[in-house]
Design a protein around this ligand. Structure first.
Ligand SMILES: NC(=O)c1ccc[n+]([C@@H]2O[C@H](COP(=O)([O-])OP(=O)(O)OC[C@H]3O[C@@H](n4cnc5c(N)ncnc54)[C@H](O)[C@@H]3O)[C@@H](O)[C@H]2O)c1
Length: 346
């Protein structure tokens, strides 16, 4: 039998582990729970979901307590932070309650679906100064981060154009589309944040939207195919293209083009194997199917960044203001699609 001696250094590390609770154990919440459970700097202290079954499943899988309510989580002085992964309409109330309880917050995107609610949230937490981070996971994708860093280091000279491609493998159910706040606030919001992180302030938005895939999405008043043009304060232009359906899987690519060249991040595949046969050459694996697989590293790095910030006292790289600005761009894009006119932002 091996007796495990708990050394002083290990004991200190154990004490420094940040106790984080998860609110919302759905698609993305379960994935975050697994990341938190295996991070050496964190302790998944509790999980909560309004559906007790969902909380019990995640709690059982990871051997952590299922809390009886969000209030119980927030009242626990041993819990330092919460990761909010519940549906978007619940974010503002949970952010405000968590900030009032003195908890640090990592909240999934978007903050809310309308700016009035976001501003009310901002006012409610003003003065409480919680550490707050928004879940714009794509900033933490290693390839996209490398493109940004290399462009910022001057490798392609003055940046003139950015092309962001984001196409989902299949459309969501029509009832999801109806409650999602529309494609710009639900899906393109990631790309607006990416454009801002690459180019800084955006001053003009011009959009076209269409319903080409699922008539039910159109009937719900939404688009399933959009193209967005952005002009940055620097003068650079960006093009975002989104589709709710891509026959070949989750299409996630990024291109930055400048005076001295181009940086491109291509799609990810399960392996790098390529086949050549009598009928085709250069045949590769399909691209990774959807966000949980494609951005696995990005989600882990995002949560790791939040934990690092809590340990060091640093401000997270993606904050509340980034959530506000991405929503401002989503609102402008929606207005442009509806009116057919470009929208200028201050
Ligand atoms: N960053 C990303 O890549 C990404 C991907 C998907 C979803 N999201 C965001 O994550 C959030 C959740 O999306 P999802 O797809 O996981 O949804 P989901 O419906 O699969 O899961 C949400 C869970 O939250 C629970 N819930 C509802 N109200 C709650 C409350 N008040 N407190 C605690 N739990 C509550 C639900 O019962 C459900 O289990 C949304 O805001 C969405 O925009 C982000």
């Amino acid at each position: 039998m091996t007796v495990r001696v708990f050394g002083i250094a290990e004991g200190v590390r154990e004490m420094e582990r940040i106790a984080i609770a998860l609110l919302g154990c759905g698609r993305i919440g379960r994935m975050h729970a697994r990341v938190l459970a295996r991070h050496p700097g964190a302790r998944l202290a509790a999980v909560y979901d309004v559906l007790p079954k969902a909380a019990a499943e995640t709690a059982g899988e990871l051997g952590v307590p299922a809390a009886a309510s969000a209030e119980a989580v927030l009242a626990d002085p041993g819990i330092r932070a919460v990761l909010i992964a519940s549906p978007t309409p619940t974010h503002v109330d949970l952010i405000v309650a968590a900030a009032r309880a003195g908890k640090a917050i990592l909240c999934e995107k978007p903050i809310a679906l309308d700016m009035e609610r976001v501003r009310a949230c901002e006012q409610a937490i003003a003065g409480l100064t919680p550490t707050i981070m928004l879940g714009f996971n794509r900033r933490f994708d290693p390839s996209f981060a490398a493109v940004r860093q290399r462009a910022q280091a001057g490798e392609i000279g003055r940046v003139e154009q950015v092309v962001i491609t984001s196409r989902d493998p299949e459309p969501p159910p029509a009832d999801y589309a109806a409650a999602s706040g529309g494609i710009f606030r639900d899906m393109t919001i990631h790309d607006f944040d990416m454009a801002r992180s690459l180019l800084g302030d955006i001053v003009e938005v011009q959009t076209m939207g269409a319903c080409l895939i699922d008539p039910a999405i159109g009937a719900a008043g939404d688009y399933d195919s959009v193209m967005v043009l952005l002009r940055a304060r620097s003068g650079a232009l960006a093009h975002i293209n989104n589709s709710r359906r891509s026959a070949y899987g989750y299409d996630q690519r990024l291109e930055m083009f400048g005076a001295k060249g181009m940086l491109v991040a291509e799609n990810r595949r399960a392996t790098t194997v390529r086949a050549a046969t009598a009928s085709a050459t250069e045949c590769a694996d399909p691209v990774l199917h959807f966000f949980i697989e494609r951005y696995a590293e990005a989600y882990a790095t995002e949560v790791g960044h939040f934990i690092d910030c809590l340990q060091s006292g640093a401000t997270p790289a993606v904050g509340f203001t980034d959530g506000v600005e991405a929503l401002r761009l989503a609102d402008a894009a929606e207005e442009s699609a509806r009116t057919g006119k470009a929208v200028r932002l201050g």
